[in-house]
Design a protein around this ligand. Structure first.
Ligand SMILES: N[C@@H](CCC(=O)N[C@@H](CS)C(=O)NCC(=O)O)C(=O)O
Length: 227
């Protein structure tokens, strides 16, 4: 694992959040992981100073005892907030929103929280098994049926297109962690041969997220429709 200094952005409210000396959050990530990008994007949008630790997935660093001690599932991302260790991208989004009391990104209230949870489930279900899986086929030679995962991607993109019609962000007028959770694997869907051209509202939504202060781009690969 290799630590990198992250030049953190200004964040959505144009200020940097500095942790006390020596206690910056650490994000264990891999640059081509959309799950890891999801967490990194939120840190950027929040303007939280953090250190990136590169986990070399290509060489199996995620299955070494040192990493398994942080996340027994052997996957990135993992956040280490001065000894509080959170694994799983969606769990990290929830943790950061609540720890930093950012109700703008994750509102309180039974209905609002249930609505957010629904989108986190969509990120972990149809998005992971649709556009994310399609990209795994082209970028990492994963043994999935390309046609099947591409069809799944279009099925969920159609639903998201409908949701975004007349709504700038997934749950309403302002962005929440629901948008952060879905961004990375939808933005990178063309790498898995999932064409976003039919989805005008989805493409406009991607643009709105990319225009947010503190936005951090997901590394592109020349795969699929981007080849
Ligand atoms: N549910 C997890 C999924 C994380 C995940 O699938 N991570 C992948 C990279 S995108 C990984 O670490 N794969 C390495 C492995 O499973 O060995 C999350 O949301 O964080």
């Amino acid at each position: 694992m290799r630590a990198e200094k992250e030049d953190t952005s200004r964040g959505a409210d144009n200020r940097r959040l500095h942790q006390p000396q020596g206690t910056a959050m650490k994000l264990y990530h891999f640059p081509l992981s959309g799950h890891a990008h999801r967490a990194r994007l939120f840190l950027g949008l929040l303007g939280v100073e953090h250190e990136l630790v590169h986990v070399d997935l290509a060489n199996g660093a995620q299955k070494k005892p040192e990493f398994l001690a942080l996340n027994p599932l052997g996957q990135v991302p993992v956040l280490d907030d001065n000894g509080t260790v959170i694994a799983d991208s969606n769990a990290i989004l929830v943790y950061l929103a609540r720890k930093l009391d950012r109700q703008d990104w994750m509102p309180l209230g039974a209905q609002a929280e249930a609505e957010i949870q629904k989108w986190l489930s969509i990120a972990a279900g149809p998005i992971a098994f649709g556009p994310a899986a399609a990209r795994l086929v082209t970028v990492f030679k994963a043994p999935f049926q390309a046609e099947e995962v591409i069809a799944r991607a279009h099925a969920i993109l159609g639903k998201i297109e409908a949701q975004l019609t007349g709504r700038p962000f997934l749950t309403g007028a302002t962005p929440t962690i629901a948008d952060v959770a879905l961004y990375s694997y939808i933005a990178s869907a063309p790498e898995g041969n999932v064409d976003l051209q039919p989805y005008r509202e989805v493409r406009a939504w991607l643009g709105r997220i990319e225009a947010l202060p503190g936005f951090v781009a997901f590394a592109q690969t020349p795969a699929g429709l981007r080849a």
